[in-house]
Ligand binder design. Structure first.
Ligand code: SAM
Ligand code: DTB
Ligand code: SF4
Length: 332
């Protein structure tokens, strides 16, 4: 009744190597292994490259909310859809600094600022973002931004300001992408990622699952990420937060085991990356979250809000960490 698949030989003597020459067939066969076999393999990889039980705490802040001209079907901040998100202008630098200081006191080692822009425009707002980057970097935190598309020159200026990482997701497979976003192309995203890499900024790039895509699309996304050389240092795996008013607001919920399968495959393919269990934790039981950590996730966003949607509260996460014996990563 059940088909038993051979596991893919990845290494000998349990010594895994970082590879960028994965074939699509190899990625599919890793992804489709019996789940416990896959999670076991992911644990082996994880323990070779990372300290087990260490989880990086990151804090998100929406520095410019809503009114975005892009039509990403999952996003409550797109101006194309009617959601409860109110649009605003760029937050003042001082307010962002206060939020970063608070996050640091609460244990965050990485602070990620998001703006609902299609692309960065040179001018006052960008100068202010550069100031925010300088201020957060001065607090001794890793600083990450996600501002939409950027040019090579803008990437250079962000690097100069002390930016650690730039987040720009591929979101899904090239084949499914056109069903989700029509206002920019996969190639546009790849160009921004090249600018980030060339500027010497570390790359944060992942995607969203639970958007009605197939197993082949999830494997396709991971294949695109895993053949980048170098791999993204940070791979956020978001579970769709279904928001009323967006085209994906009524999508069927995804089996959490599929989230764990996706995370485990990411861990096996990109051993050294931080694999981040990102949006969507509110819809996971603690058992499902535990399984995602088993599968190789080693970072979360903590704090009551992601960008515009709710996230588990501090007490809930404290309890989860205690129950699972996880430790918040300290500053390097
Ligand atoms: N506008 C910029 C961009 O798209 O690059 C930066 C902000 S955008 C909100 C950052 C990422 O958040 C998106 O690429 C997407 O992967 C994720 N995201 C947005 N809405 C989401 C949702 N409802 N559920 C899960 N992830 C979401
Ligand atoms: C990422 O991959 N996930 C974060 C961060 N990068 C910017 C964003 C999640 C957003 C979830 C929906 C919201 O709160 O608006
Ligand atoms: Fe705009 Fe980013 Fe939302 Fe897409 S994901 S609509 S680019 S804020």
């Amino acid at each position: 009744m059940f088909e038993v698949k051979e596991s893919v030989p990845l290494a000998t003597d349990c010594c895994y190597v970082v590879r960028h020459d994965w074939t699509r067939a190899e990625v599919e066969s890793i992804y489709h292994q019996p789940l416990l076999e896959l999670v076991y393999q992911a644990q082996q990889v994880h323990r070779q490259f990372h300290k087990p039980g260490d989880v990086q705490l990151c804090r998100l802040l929406s520095i410019k909310t809503g009114g975005c001209p892009e039509d990403c079907a999952y996003c409550p901040q797109s101006a194309h859809y009617h959601t409860e998100v109110r649009s605003g202008s760029l937050m003042p630098v001082a307010e962002v600094c206060r939020a970063a200081e608070k996050a640091r006191k609460e244990g965050a080692t990485r602070f990620c600022m998001g703006a609902a822009w299609r692309e960065v425009r040179d001018g006052k707002d960008f100068e202010n973002v550069l100031e925010m980057v300088r201020s957060v970097a001065a607090l001794g935190m890793e600083v990450c931004c996600t501002l939409g598309m950027i040019t090579a020159r803008q990437a250079g200026r962000l690097a100069e300001a002390g930016l650690t990482a730039y987040n720009h997701n591929l979101d899904t497979s090239p084949e499914y992408y056109g069903r989700i976003i029509t206002t920019r192309r996969y190639e546009d995203r790849l160009r921004t990622l090249r600018h980030v890499r060339d500027a010497g900024i570390s790359v944060c790039c992942g995607g969203i699952i639970g958007m009605g895509e197939s197993d082949a699309d999830r494997a396709g996304l991971l294949f695109e990420l895993a053949r980048m050389n170098p791999h993204p240092e940070s791979v956020p795996i978001n579970l769709l937060v279904r928001v009323e008013g967006t085209p994906l607001g009524t999508t069927a919920s995804l089996d959490p085991l599929t989230l764990a399968r996706t995370i485990a495959t990411a861990r096996v393919l990109m051993p050294a990356a931080m694999v981040r269990l990102s949006a969507g934790r509110r819809s996971l039981t603690r058992e499902a979250a535990a399984f995602c950590f088993m599968a190789g996730a080693n970072s979360i966003f903590f704090g009551e809000k992601l960008l515009t949607t709710p996230n588990p509260g501090r007490d809930e996460d404290d309890l989860l960490f205690r129950e699972l014996g996880l430790r918040a990563m300290s500053r390097a």
